[in-house]
Design a protein around this ligand. Structure first.
Ligand code: PMP
Ligand code: GLN
Length: 387
């Protein structure tokens, strides 16, 4: 059978979750909470079903939800999106990303992706007929202990064929966030090139140490060129609901909807009604940074009692840990070994690189997810101490 994606196998998240289940390991691999969404939100979903919201909602999402989203974008990031023409409710952030790439990238177009990267982008660029152009982040060094984007390298990668730059901050898997200086560097690139920006901001509320999230929509220059993508799965601890949204200027949104309407047409109705109501309470997402910071600190403190060395992370619900004091095994092998022999699942960081084999010769890192109950994290730390 002729494959359109011959080099793509099953995603690392599925593989590592299956392995964790098989070996009854604590799963700190795939990113999902091991606790429920807020009880009141669950009740609202139940009510929406009983109230009869069980048929096709409007293609772009119910007005009440899109109005809430537009109002949130304005109050959080200062950008006014027209709820009717610029906000689209999608089947998770994944569908927003896929619809954006399929709608806007064509044969011969280049799309710049910053490495390490979330696994969805490259295969979808290929499906669209585009060419991924990969720009490596600067790796941690003695003078700067965390990853950094090299904006000059991004600028240098732009050619007349460049259609889009994909960004993801707070960043999976490194946990870094955008600073004002990054936005300024991006503005310079956009003013010179006018390319499209696809900004995966699913971890917008998971930013720590007193710093807020900088959305690309905070900058009028960037917002004019950007599709910003979000996920209710992360914000409401409901990754299994697969509901998210994207915001973009009306002409861009119109193109995205052409794909969205034939991909899923619309997304689950009762969840939309429940979320529209629940979003009116802003305290939930205002409380999230403190809630997750406490979990990050618990895991960091725990890891410091083991032979793992955590890297600094001030966003997302992931952190990277160096295991070179424990083993010289390559990352994929180490992650399997840790799951099977020590009962803790993790993701090899090489899975976020174009060439995992080459990456494995450079570093010894795994990604842990700390979106877990405190007792789960405590047990995981005890097990990791044995490694
Ligand atoms: N982007 C990033 C960076 C992610 O980590 C994830 C994963 N959860 C997604 C997109 C997909 O989000 P969703 O589950 O809402 O499709
Ligand atoms: N985004 C999640 C992660 O990085 C995984 C989502 C998925 O399994 N596709 O762990």
């Amino acid at each position: 059978l002729k494959s359109k994606l011959p080099e793509i196998g099953t995603t690392i998240f599925t593989i590592m979750s299956q392995l964790a289940t098989e070996h009854e390991a604590i799963n700190l691999g795939q990113g999902f909470p091991d606790f429920n969404p807020p009880g009141q939100l669950l009740e609202l979903v139940n009510k929406a079903m009983l109230d009869g919201h069980n048929q096709y909602p409007p293609m772009a999402g119910i007005p009440a939800l899109r109005q809430q989203i537009a109002s949130k974008m304005e109050s959080s990031y200062g950008h006014h999106y027209d709820w009717n023409t610029e906000v689209t409710v999608t089947a998770g952030a994944s569908e927003a990303l896929m619809a954006s790439i399929l709608a806007l990238v064509g044969a011969g177009d280049e799309v710049i992706v910053i490495e390490p990267f979330y696994d969805l982008y490259i295969p979808v660029i290929r499906l669209a007929g585009g060419t991924p152009v990969i720009v490596a982040m600067d790796a941690p060094s003695a003078s700067c202990p965390s990853y950094r984007v090299n904006w000059q390298a991004v600028q240098d990668a732009v050619t007349p064929k460049t259609r889009m730059l994909i960004l993801n901050f707070p960043h999976n898997p490194t946990g870094i966030r955008l600073q004002e200086s990054d936005l300024a560097a991006l503005e310079t690139i956009i003013q010179k090139t006018g390319i499209l920006l696809l900004s995966d901001e699913v971890y917008e509320h998971l930013v720590f140490d007193g710093e807020g999230h900088l959305s690309l929509s905070c900058s009028p220059i960037l917002a004019d060129h950007a599709i910003t993508v979000f996920s209710f799965g992360k914000t409401y601890s409901a990754t299994g609901w697969k509901i998210g949204y994207c915001c973009a200027p009306a002409p861009i949104t119109a193109e995205i909807r052409k794909v969205h309407q034939f991909n899923v047409f619309t997304v689950t109705s009762p969840m939309q009604f429940a979320l529209a109501q629940y979003m009116q309470d802003r305290t939930h997402w205002q409380d999230l940074p403190a809630f997750y910071q406490q979990k990050r600190d618990r895991l960091v403190k725990g890891l410091l009692t083991t032979r793992f060395k955590p890297l600094p992370a001030n966003g997302t619900f992931f952190l990277l840990a160096d295991y070179s004091q424990i083993s010289d095994m390559p990352e994929a092998e180490f992650a399997r070994w840790l799951t099977i022999e020590h009962g803790v699942g993790a993701i090899p960081v090489s899975a976020f690189y174009r060439d995992p084999a080459a990456t494995e010769s450079n570093h010894r890192l795994v990604r842990f997810c700390f979106a877990k109950r405190d007792d789960t994290l405590n047990t995981a730390i005890e097990k990791l101490a044995g490694a």
